[in-house]
Design a protein around this ligand. Structure first.
Ligand SMILES: *Cc1c(COP(=O)(O)O)cnc(C)c1O
Length: 444
C-alpha cells in the first residue's frame, strides 16, 4: 500500500527504513495515535546538539533542527558530552538497584540538590518514573494528609480550566474537561471542581473579579477540597496560555485561609523554561507540593519528582497508616538520577537565564511576522517558549511537512504551532526555527 501521507522522500520499498516505517505503523502505538498508524513517522537515526539526523531524507532534509526539545525535556540538546559522561560512569557502577531498603549516592545527592534549588520549605522528595505518576503521588499525598488528620471529607481537587497534568487517572481528572484529550472519560473520572481559565497574559494585571471567582469557589468547597492543583504561569499542553504570576499568590493566600493544600505542577515549566528557574519563583511562593519531570534529566531518561513540605510529610506520618504507600519498581533509578544531577549542575553552571532571555528575544523577533498571516489569531512568547495560535485546528500533517521542508522539527496540536527549543540553540538555528513556524502557519 502506498503511503497516503509520505513525509520521507520516495523510499525504496525494500530498504531498511521503509521496512521500519511499515512495521512501526502496524505494531507500535505512538502518542495519541490510532492503530494502525495513519501517517508515517520520521525515522531518527541519531541526534546531536540541536539536530535530529534522519535515517532517510524527508522533504530533501537529512537533518532537522529540533524546535521541541523532545517535549520540553532536552534543554541541553542531544548527545551532550557531560550528560553522556555521567550516564557512562554510572552505567559502569550500576544502572539500577531497588530502592526499598537500599539507597545510593545519585538519588540522595539529587534529592539534596532539588531541596536546595526549589522554593524554600520543600524538603522531602519522592522520585517517580514519569510526570503523570508524580502527579498521582502528589494527589495521594494531599488526600492522605487530610485523612491522617481525620478530615476524611477532604478528597476533591480544584483546578482552573485549560490545564494539563498527564494521562493517568488522577491527572486526567484535572485536565481541561472540554475539548481536551480526556473528554471521553468524563463521567468515569473523579469529579473535581473547575474554576474558569485564568485570564491570559503574563503581564496583564491581576483581575480582581477573577480573584473573587477563585475565592468564591474555594470558600464554597473548602470542606471537601484536599488541594488546588495548577500549572504555574504557563498552561502547556492545555493550550500554551500564560497568566500573571500574581494569580499564584492569590491561590497561595486562599489555600492558607481556607485550609487547602496547593500543588504546583512544574513538570513543563521547571528548570528555566519560563525565564525563572521554577515558575513559582515568578510569584515568590512555596507550594505545599511540587511536581517536576520532563527536563529533570535533560531529556535523557524518564524521571520525575514530587516534593513536599515538612508539614505535609509530618501529617502523613502521623496518620493511622503512617507511610506513603507508593513505590515504583524503578523508583530512584541510579542512571536517571545521576544524569539528572549532571543536568542540573550543567544548567546552573552557566548563565542559563541569559540564554533563555536570548532565545526569548529571538522568538519574539522571529515570530512577530506571523501576526500578519491570514488565519493567525495570536502569537505568544515567554522565556524559551513561543506559540502561534491559529483561528482553526491546525492541519498537523501539512504544517509538519512545511516545517520539515525548512529543516525544522515541530509537532503542532489543536490550533497551535509552538516551539520550545533547547537552550543551546544558536541564533541562526533559532531564526530557522521561526521561519519554519511561519511556513507551518501558512500551510497548516
Ligand atoms: C507532560 C506533563 C505531564 C505528564 O508528564 P509525563 O511524563 O508525560 O507523564 C504532567 N504535567 C504537565 C504540566 C506536563 O506538561
Amino acid at each position: 500500500m502506498r503511503d497516503p501521507f509520505p513525509l520521507h522522500d520516495p523510499l525504496d520499498r525494500m530498504s531498511g527504513t521503509a521496512q521500519l516505517i511499515d512495521l512501526d505503523r502496524q505494531h507500535v502505538w505512538h502518542p495519541y495515535g490510532p492503530m494502525p498508524g495513519r501517517q508515517e513517522n520520521l525515522v531518527v537515526s541519531s541526534a546531536s546538539g540541536v539536530r535530529l539526523r534522519l535515517a532517510a531524507p524527508a522533504q530533501g532534509q537529512e537533518e532537522l533542527v529540533d524546535g521541541m526539545s523532545s517535549w520540553w525535556s532536552a534543554i541541553h540538546g542531544y548527545n551532550h558530552p557531560v550528560l553522556n559522561e555521567a550516564a557512562t560512569a554510572q552505567l559502569g557502577r550500576m544502572s539500577h538497584v531497588m530502592f526499598g531498603g537500599l539507597t545510593h549516592e545519585p538519588a540522595v545527592r539529587l534529592a539534596e540538590k532539588l531541596v536546595e534549588i526549589t522554593p524554600a520549605g520543600l524538603e522531602h522528595v519522592f522520585l517517580a518514573d514519569s510526570g503523570s505518576v508524580s502527579v498521582e503521588v502528589a494527589v495521594k499525598m494531599c488526600l492522605q494528609y487530610w485523612r491522617s488528620l481525620g478530615r476524611t471529607g477532604k478528597t476533591r481537587l480544584l483546578t482552573w480550566r485549560g490545564g494539563y497534568h498527564g494521562d493517568t487517572w488522577q491527572p486526567m481528572a484535572v485536565c481541561d474537561p472540554d475539548g481536551g484529550m480526556h473528554e471521553l472519560w468524563q463521567g468515569h473520572l473523579p469529579r473535581q471542581v473547575f474554576a474558569d481559565a485564568p485570564p491570559g497574559g503574563f503581564e496583564t494585571p491581576v483581575d480582581p473579579a477573577y480573584a473573587d471567582h477563585l475565592r468564591t469557589l474555594i470558600a464554597a468547597h473548602a470542606d471537601e477540597l484536599a488541594a488546588v492543583i495548577v500549572e504555574p504561569v504557563v498552561q502547556g499542553a492545555g493550550g500554551m496560555r500564560f497568566h500573571n504570576p500574581g494569580y499564584l499568590r492569590v491561590l497561595r493566600e486562599l489555600c492558607d485561609e481556607y485550609g487547602v493544600l496547593l500543588i504546583l505542577d512544574e513538570i513543563a515549566t521547571g528548570f528555566g523554561r519560563t525565564g525563572a528557574l521554577f515558575a513559582a519563583d515568578h510569584a515568590g511562593i512555596t507550594p505545599d507540593v511540587m511536581c517536576l519531570g520532563k527536563s529533570l534529566t535533560g531529556g535523557y531518561l524518564t524521571l520525575a519528582a514530587t516534593l513536599c513540605t515538612r508539614r505535609v510529610a509530618d501529617g502523613i506520618s502521623r496518620g493511622e497508616v503512617p507511610v506513603l504507600a507508593h513505590g515504583p519498581t524503578f523508583m530512584g533509578n541510579p542512571l536517571a538520577t545521576a544524569v539528572a544531577l549532571a543536568s542540573i549542575d550543567l544548567l546552573l553552571g552557566q548563565d542559563w537565564a541569559g540564554e533563555v532571555k536570548r532565545i526569548e528575544a529571538g522568538l519574539r523577533e522571529g515570530l512577530e511576522g506571523a501576526r500578519a498571516l491570514p488565519g493567525v489569531r495570536d502569537v505568544r512568547v515567554l522565556g524559551a517558549l513561543g506559540a502561534v495560535q491559529l483561528d482553526h485546528p491546525v492541519d498537523v500533517w501539512a504544517a509538519t511537512r512545511a516545517a520539515v521542508r525548512e529543516g525544522v522539527w515541530v509537532r503542532p496540536f489543536r490550533d497551535l504551532i509552538y516551539v520550545m527549543p533547547p537552550y543551546v540553540t544558536g541564533d541562526a538555528d533559532l531564526a530557522r526555527i521561526c521561519r519554519a513556524v511561519l511556513a507551518a502557519a501558512r500551510e497548516g
